[in-house]
Design a protein around this ligand. Sequence first.
Ligand code: FPP
Length: 231
Amino acid sequence: MKHLAIIMDGNGRWATMRGLERTAGHAEGAKAVLRAVEAAEQLGLECLSLYAFSTENHRRSKREVLGIFGIIAEFLDEVLLPYAMRKGLRIRFIGDMSRITSELMSSIARVNAATINHTGMTVIIALSYGGREEVVHAVNLLIENKLLNGDYRKISYEELEPYLYTVNLPDPDAVWRFGGYQRLSGFMPLQTTYSELFFSDKLWPDFQAEDMFALAARFAQIKRNFGEVSQ
Ligand code: FPP
């Protein structure tokens, strides 16, 4: 497995079950993010994608949204950046950054600039991300470029791909959703066409490294044939 994509669901329920504010669940979810990054590195993955905040999540209360953004900014500055500097990790962000706070934008810009030339594992953080928006954004850029060049020919997927946020990254081999629901919630719709899907009833803050080791072992047993006849 080169690329694992995780949908980190269940932070709110984790907190509510304990009589805590939902934000406490997101803070605990951030600790699980570090465990996931460490486990992915131990497995030798090339890429780990994490769905941190969706386009729809903007509809939550202002208090919760600002709480999540604050937790992510603090985690980036105080935990992930120092870790990435020690381990040579590259951190990339995908999504519509026009809708996040300037505080979080500054953290992202710092982390991005400091790790852009690193050659270790790439961690992709999807923030203010929606799959439909990504596709529409890519198509609009492609059309604009083609029209500028007076090119009216039909497009192929290969021409569209470089306009996706995930340019130059391999497609996820597996998508793994936590929190008990079996849906993809718009996470990388084009890139996950051939991905294996895994679902865990665990809430994201309960994630442990051993869960990922077990998943990798299950994945290794699967024969993938990408629509061709297996030999
Ligand atoms: C889904 O749980 C989780 C989120 C919307 C936020 C995810 C944020 C983190 C894990 C914080 C740290 C992230 C990074 C990248 C450091 P939910 O609130 O929808 O849970 P629920 O389904 O129980 O309500």
